[in-house]
Design a protein around this ligand. Structure first.
Ligand code: SF4
Ligand code: SF4
Length: 127
């Protein structure tokens, strides 16, 4: 998932620290690790993908309404592209709601199977 471009990397939150630890573990165990901010492929793969799943009401309330699908099932997409994504796929992208993004977005990690499938669909390197 591409981070919000405005997020201050000098002040990592708990999630950032956990993500860093997880990334380090991934690098040891799987091989390919990609820079989400120069990718964004999984955020523009399927309108069915950025759906709401395990979030509670408090989490969902923090997502701006303009980014939520009319049927409230997930993120609003324009075609297959999440409406919260900005930038150009494969060049430079950012999630406009990074800190409050849905759980499914948090679950997709650089280098995992879903990541590779999305990158492949966009013609981006997978190794
Ligand atoms: S497809 Fe992979 S590398 Fe690209 S933004 Fe998603 S998780 Fe990151
Ligand atoms: S909410 Fe953010 S991380 Fe999730 S699909 Fe949309 S742009 Fe990507």
């Amino acid at each position: 998932m591409p981070k919000d471009a405005d997020h201050d990397p000098a002040e990592p939150g708990l999630f950032a620290l956990a993500a860093a630890a997880s990334l380090s573990s991934l690098q040891r165990s799987t091989g390919p690790v990609f820079d989400c901010q120069s990718c964004g492929a999984c955020c523009s793969y399927s309108a069915e993908w950025p759906r709401f799943s395990t979030e509670d009401d408090a989490q969902l309330d923090r997502i701006p309404e303009k980014y939520v699908a009319a049927n409230l099932s997930g993120m609003r997409c324009d075609g297959v592209r999440c409406s919260a994504l900005s930038g150009e796929i494969g060049k430079s992208t950012a999630c406009g709601i990074y800190e409050v993004r849905p759980d499914v977005c948090r679950a997709c990690m650089p280098g995992d199977d879903d990541c590779l499938m999305a990158r492949r669909a966009h013609g981006l390197p997978t190794s």
